[in-house]
Design a binder for this molecule. Structure first.
Ligand code: 9QG
Length: 155
């Protein structure tokens, strides 16, 4: 799948997971990645990964791994994978996601960081560890249902 800017990729039958989309032209500061979907009631975890290419072997670097987990104490684990190794986890020990509920996730791209909002409220920030210019792929996997994906240019 190719993700065009300004275009909302909207598959009424819901997007097949795992989803991989090439972000045409890469991600620029001011742009937003918008994902509307819902969390199945039996979800254990899902992840939204902004990656540098889509290579499987060796595995492409993951500039931003955004990973909500629905365990006894729900959390969001963020990390970066470089040369097939995970770095230091940044963990938020709370989550705006609810198993069984719909959500709108917005990742705002800034020069120095990603800013994440869910259902209209700020959730976390993640400083770039990989040059933003290398990011060109959106990968979504795990227990999640996705209805809409958009790469929205600055207004
Ligand atoms: O567990 O943590 C994030 O720091 C690992 C997980 C890994 C990541 C990582 O196994 O999970 O969430 O993309 C992955 O490799 C997945 C599925 C220490």
């Amino acid at each position: 799948v190719v993700l065009f800017k300004a275009n909302i990729h909207n598959n009424p039958l819901s997007t097949v997971i795992p989803f991989a989309g090439t972000i045409l032209g890469g991600l620029l500061p001011g742009e937003m990645v918008v994902i509307q979907g819902s969390v199945p009631s039996d979800a254990d975890r899902f992840q939204v990964d902004l990656t540098c290419g889509s290579s499987v072997k060796p595995r492409a670097d993951v500039a931003f791994h955004f990973n909500p987990r629905f365990q006894r104490s729900p959390c969001i684990v963020c990390n970066t994978l470089q040369r097939e190794r995970w770095g230091r986890e940044e963990i938020l020990n709370q989550t705006p996601f609810t198993a069984g509920a719909a959500f709108e996730l917005i990742i705002l791209v800034l020069k120095d960081k990603f800013k994440v909002a869910v259902n209209g409220a700020h959730v976390l920030e993640y400083n770039h560890r990989v040059e933003l210019q290398r990011v060109d792929t959106l990968f979504i996997s795990g227990k999640v249902k996705v209805d809409v994906i958009g790469i929205v240019p600055p207004s």
